[in-house]
Structures are given as C-alpha cells and as structure tokens.
Design a protein around this ligand. Sequence first.
Ligand code: SF4
Ligand code: SF4
Length: 394
Amino acid sequence: MFRDFLSRLRLKWFLARKSLDYSYDFTNLLYKTYLHHNKIIHYRDGHPVYSLMTPAIFSKPSANFVARALFRSIQNKNMPNLLSLAVNDVCNAACEHCSFFSAVEEKGRKNLTLEQIRKLLADSQDLGVSVINFVGGEPLMRRDFHKIVEAVDQDRATTILFTNGWFLEARAKELRQAGLDSIFVSIDAADAGKHDEFRRTHGLFDRAIRGAKQALKLGFSVGFSTTMTPESWQAGELQRIVELARQTGVHEVYVFDAMPSGRYQDRLDLVDNRQWIDEMIQWSGPLNRDSRYPGITFMAHMSSHCSVGCSCGTSYFYLSPYGDVMSCDFNHAKFGNALEEPLWKIWERLSTDPEFCSAKWGGCKVKDGESRSSSSICTGRTESTPTPLEVSKP
Ligand code: SF4
Ligand code: SF4
C-alpha cells in the first residue's frame, strides 16, 4: 500500500518536472512536420501562432481541432477540419493566374445569402470544421462580410481572410470587431509595377501594403499570400517578397506554387514538375530558423508525404458562392449543392470517392498527370484567356 502511494507520488513528481518539456517538444515536432518550421510567428491575443493556417496554440479552436481528431479516429471516418468558403463571385482585380473566374463563374447564378451562409457555416462546424478560410472573388466586396465572420462559432473555429487588399485598410477595424483572427494579403511581386501588372489592377500593391500595415496595427495575424511561378522563382521574386515581408513586419509568407487550373489550366509545364518547388522549400530552411524573418510556409510542403499529404476529401473541402461542394479551390468538379441536400451527405459522397477517400502522398492531385485524367478532377472551362467577370476600379 505504502509502496503504491510512493510510486504514484513519484509519478506526479516526474510529470510535474517533465510534462512542460514534453508539451514543448511535442508542439515543436508537430509544427516542424506540418509546416517545415517550428518558429512562433506571432502571439495573437496572448496565444502563440505558428501559422495563420492553424488555430493559435491553446485557443478554444485548437482544442476543437484536437478533439475532432479524436472523434475521427474513434469513428474511423474522414471528417473535415478545414473549409474554404467563397463568399462571392466578383472581384475588382483580374489576376493572370486566377483559378476562380474561368472555372467557377457561371453567369446568372445567385450568390449565397447571409442566411444561407449562416446555415452552411453551422452545418460545416457541426461536421468538425475548426479552420475557416474566407475566399472569393474578393470577399471584401461583400458589404455584409463582417456579419459572415460574426456568424462563425468562434469558440470552435479560427477564421482567415484571403484578400487582394484593395478594401482592407478601410474595413480592417470592423473585421477585428467581428472577431476575425487572421488576414492573408496577396502579394506576387515586391515591386508595385510588377504586382499590379500581374493582377491587372493599377494601384493595388500600394493599397495592399497599406491594408496589411493597418491590420498589423489592429493586432491581427497578418501574412502575404504569394503565388510563385517557375519564372518568378527563377527571377528571385520570392527572395524579394520575403524581404518586403520582413520590412513590413508581417508574420508569414504563404507560398502557393502556381496551379494548372482556371486561367492557368493550359499551363501543362506546371504538371508533374516539382523540382523548382523543392528548391524553394529547401531555400526557405535557414530563413525559417531566423527569428528576424516571417514564417515561410508552402502549400506544396503541407500537401506532400513530409506533412499531411493532399487532404481534400479527407479533411478539407471548398464551398462555392452558389453552395456547390468541391474538393478544393482548384478542382472545379462538383460533388453536390449544399442548398439542395444536406452538407453531411455531400461530404459523405466526396470523402468516399476513390480519388479523395485518403490523403495523396506526393502532393497535389491537380498537378498530378495521372490524377488529372480522373473524372473527379476538373480544372476549368476550355477558354484559355477568359474575360474577367468584373474588372472595375472601385
Ligand atoms: S484577386 Fe485575383 S486571384 Fe483573387 S479572385 Fe480576384 S482576380 Fe482572382
Ligand atoms: S488538389 Fe492540390 S490544391 Fe487541392 S487540396 Fe490537394 S494539394 Fe491542395
């Protein structure tokens, strides 16, 4: 009896001394695997953030994230933790690489109403979503966007806005009050002229940087979302953007390697071509160990066998501005419409499809020649240079 008491006391003493170190090591290892770095990039409202794409450590959404992972394994079932919700189908820019207009836009369809979005957000959160990306179009062209943010159960999910930055400076305060956590501002070149040319919108770079600075002042986690092509990587653009990010003070540079989808659907040079992407990831290593620099994360790392793999259909889905459910932003094959049948049924269909029922090692399905031949992958309409839906200077 006494020996048992002593043994338990010893265990408590051991845990008291070691559990802090263990939690520290576990967290570092978790992020190093997932992101390819374990640098804390920001303390948002007191909570450490490793990437805008994950809930802050020990926040309520991070508890939900972990709890859902447990249910997932108990039920031996795919359950989504990440949702990208396109809140509208209009944009003031007309970017060269846009995956959206050439493929999803179908003239005459109505965007989801606020009430419909509230319902779909609740349904998504009931399915397990704990990270919500707001995308578009340009989400801030929706006047009621702050009400969409308010509609999220923020105890269960972290929220991230992807914006081209045009309207950000004016609306950042309203978004902070609505409870938005993080903002990615698109920056594809460190030079204003080049960026505006790529996005075909004069003045966008200056407004994007002003918006990012305003968001930083208000306490958001802020990042640059950057699309790299093999050409821009070769030209040293990523190095310049990371330097700009350091000077601006943003917390993260999230790098999308250009996708052969939407307006780039005919860029077959991007298919089965990973060497330049691996070079970028390798290049980022020393900077990710340097605390003076923002975190540099790569979609291509996270979707590789070194992290969680391409996870659309296993833990991720995309909702179009019309309620269509797709596997991700870049695959425009539809699995159902959430206004016409329950979201969980559509998720069941998507997550049991042979192409999507398990994470794909080796990276992106949209970039994989073999996967692209499947009827479950569709990269856009046939026009190679479609006209943007709306190119206006507000
Ligand atoms: S900002 Fe560019 S990439 Fe984003 S929706 Fe508008 S045109 Fe497309
Ligand atoms: S198909 Fe590509 S873009 Fe879509 S989730 Fe997978 S890795 Fe991401």
